[in-house]
Ligand binder design. Structure first.
Ligand code: ADP
Ligand code: MG
Length: 298
C-alpha cells in the first residue's frame, strides 16, 4: 500500500476536524479527495505529510510510519500545500534550486522537472510575474523534485481559469502515471476527469470511498412519466433496469432506474409498443455532481 490511514482523529482545541478516518491507496492510483469547505481535507493532508500529528490513529506512506519517522516519510512524499506558498520574489530556477538544496537533490533534476511540468518558457521569470496557472506548475515542480512516490496535492486547481484548469488536470494525470496521487478538490467534474478513485469526507467523517467506475455504476436516474391511461403495475415492471417505482397519481409514475444509458427513449419505445401516449416526462440523470451534493448536504 502506498498510503494507509487507520482510525485517524484530530481535534483542534474543541473542533473535531477528523473523526476516525481510515482509507488506503494502492500504488499508481489517482485519488480525488472531496468534501465541502471545512470537511477536514487539509487537516488530513497535513497529517499524511507529517506536518501535524493526529490525536489518534496511524498513518503509513510507502510503508513508512509517518508519525514515527516524519522526515523519512517526507522523502517519499511530494506535497503541494493549500495556497501554494512560494517565494514570490525569487526567480523560478532560483526557487527550485533552493528547494533542491533542501532535499539534497542533484541540480540536474531541476531542468528535468521544469520540462516535466511545462515551465520551460517561463523558467527565467520571477515567480510573481507568472500567472496563477504557471505558479501552480512551480509548486508542482517543487513537489516532484526529489522524485517522490506519493503526491499529496491540496486543491491544486483552485483559482485557475478554465484553460489552466484543464492543463493542470492533464499534468496531474501525467504525473499519476508513475506515482500515487491524492488530491483534494471540491469540483466533482475534476474527479471524473482525472481520478481512479473517490473519497468523500464531510465534518471529518468518511462518507464514500469507491472506485470512480463503481460510483458511476451507482448512477441512478429518476424519471417521472405520465401516460394517457392508467396502467397496471405488472406493466411498468416490463421496463428494463428498474430499481423502484411509485404510482404518484393515477397515470403518473415515478421510476428510478439504474442504468448508464438514458432511459427516456426506452420509455418512449415502451409507450409506443403498448399503445400508450406520453403526456409528460421529466427526468434527470443523477450524475456525480448530484451524488456529491446529496452525500454532502445536510
Ligand atoms: P478543508 O481543507 O476540508 O476545508 P480543514 O482541514 O482546513 O478543512 O478544516 C477542518 C476543520 O478544522 C474546520 O472546521 C476548520 O475550521 C478547523 N481547523 C482547521 N485548522 C484549524 C486550526 N489550526 N485550529 C482550529 N481549527 C482548525
Ligand atoms: Mg483545505
Amino acid at each position: 500500500m502506498s498510503i494507509k490511514v487507520s482510525s485517524v482523529s484530530k481535534i483542534y482545541k474543541t473542533q473535531k476536524a477528523l473523526n476516525s478516518i481510515s482509507f488506503s491507496a494502492e500504488k499508481g492510483q489517482i485519488i480525488g479527495f472531496l468534501g465541502p469547505n471545512g470537511a477536514g481535507k487539509s487537516t488530513m493532508m497535513k497529517i499524511l505529510t507529517g506536518f501535524i500529528k493526529p490525536n489518534e490513529g496511524e498513518v503509513f506512506v510507502d510503508e513508512i510510519d509517518v508519525l514515527q519517522n516524519p522526515l523519512e516519510a517526507q522523502k517519499t512524499i511530494g506535497y503541494l500545500p493549500e495556497h501554494n506558498p512560494l517565494y514570490a520574489d525569487m526567480y523560478v530556477r532560483e526557487y527550485l534550486q533552493f528547494q533542491a538544496s533542501i532535499f539534497k537533490v542533484d541540480k540536474s533534476e531541476i531542468e528535468i522537472c521544469i520540462e516535466k511540468v511545462g515551465l520551460t518558457t517561463e523558467a527565467h521569470k520571477k515567480i510573481n510575474q507568472l500567472s496563477k496557472g504557471y505558479q501552480q506548475r512551480v509548486g508542482l515542480a517543487a513537489a516532484i523534485l526529489h522524485n517522490p512516490n506519493v503526491l499529496i496535492l491540496d486543491e491544486p486547481t483552485t483559482g485557475l481559469d478554465p484553460n489552466q484548469l484543464v492543463e493542470i488536470r492533464e499534468l496531474i494525470k501525467e504525473l499519476g502515471k508513475d506515482k500515487t496521487v491524492l488530491f483534494s478538490t471540491h469540483i466533482m467534474q475534476e474527479v471524473e476527469a482525472v481520478c481512479d478513485r473517490v473519497i468523500i469526507i464531510k465534518n471529518g467523517k468518511l462518507l464514500v470511498d469507491k472506485p470512480l467506475q463503481e460510483l458511476k455504476k451507482d448512477n441512478l436516474q429518476n424519471i417521472e412519466v405520465t401516460f394517457d391511461y392508467k396502467i397496471e403495475e405488472q406493466f411498468i415492471q416490463k421496463l428494463p433496469n428498474i430499481v423502484s417505482y411509485k404510482n404518484n397519481y393515477d397515470n403518473t409514475w415515478y421510476i428510478t432506474f439504474k442504468s448508464k444509458e438514458d432511459m427516456r427513449p426506452k420509455i418512449f419505445d415502451f409507450a409506443q409498443e403498448n399503445g400508450l401516449k406520453i403526456l409528460g416526462l421529466n427526468g434527470y440523470n443523477k450524475n456525480l455532481e448530484t451524488l456529491f451534493r446529496e452525500v454532502t448536504s445536510n
